[in-house]
Design a protein around this ligand. Structure first.
Ligand code: MN
Length: 253
């Protein structure tokens, strides 16, 4: 397969190169990633600033392209301009820290996979459930196995996979569950602080995970030490809502 790798943590991030080492053993790999960390930029794209691309050598000399844009920009530029082939598979990650529940809305890691999916390319977002992962290489192997399957099985149009992996060695992993996205919000607040000039600033704090509504939702699966694979749709239409809203009467429009 021809595999394109990206992430939202920047071209030097350890998780990206863990993917590289795993996939390069079996496949042809290109890396196009943001030049600096772009975590939680969601599916933003750059329209009012020029995008510049630099060829860099990272992780002991491997060639990669660094873009001064978002993860979604990286996919667009790679597919439309930078690569002289169409990738068979796009893998985004490996993100340190899970991307589950409502965080799919904010994740740059997930957005890159979604962007590839919009181009009709099989794609996965891969995250490991630790901010300082110890088992990247194991997570990368799982990413490869899932990615190969997604390509072989011709994953449905408009669907990509959000993969979250416990930070555990292989023998402690408790299997894989095809999960659903959690929908309950995290408990959040803002830390209100003062800078050296006594001006107020705010820093967002996540205080607690949500209670899970279903035992097969992504965060709950991960907490049980299982790999969570959620099929995610690009089409965000709420079909059931359409029927209900269709019954509303507006009078004269
Ligand atoms: Mn990140």
């Amino acid at each position: 397969m021809r595999v394109l790798l990206t992430n939202d943590d920047g071209i030097l991030a350890e998780g990206l190169w863990a993917l590289y080492h795993e996939f390069a053993r079996f496949h042809t790999v290109s890396v196009v990633a943001p030049d600096t960390e772009k975590s939680a930029v969601g599916h933003g794209i750059t329209l009012y600033n020029p995008l510049r691309v630099k060829q860099v050598r990272a992780d002991g000399g491997h060639k990669a392209l660094a873009v001064n844009g978002t993860p979604a920009d990286c996919i667009k530029l790679a597919v439309l301009e930078l690569l002289d082939f169409r990738p068979d598979l796009v893998v985004s990650g490996i993100n340190p820290g899970s991307n589950v529940g409502v965080n799919l809305n904010y994740s740059g890691t997930v957005a890159a996979a979604r962007e590839a999916c919009l181009y009709g390319i099989a794609a996965l977002a891969v995250s490991v459930d630790s901010f300082a992962p110890r088992w990247y290489s194991h997570a990368a192997r799982i990413a490869r196995l899932v990615g190969e399957k997604a390509f072989e099985q011709d994953l449905a149009d408009g669907v990509f996979l959000n993969v979250n992996i416990p930070d555990l060695p292989a023998e402690q992993m408790a299997g894989m569950v095809i999960s659903r996205q959690g929908v309950r919000p995290y408990r959040e607040s803002f830390d209100k602080r003062h800078d050296p000039r006594k001006r107020v600033y705010y820093w967002q704090v996540c205080e607690a995970k949500p209670e899970y509504a279903h035992e097969d939702e992504d965060g709950a699966v991960l907490d049980r030490g299982q790999v969570s694979v959620t099929p995610v749709r690009c089409d965000t239409t709420a079909y059931s809502g359409r029927e209900e809203i269709g019954t509303w009467r507006f009078g004269e429009l």
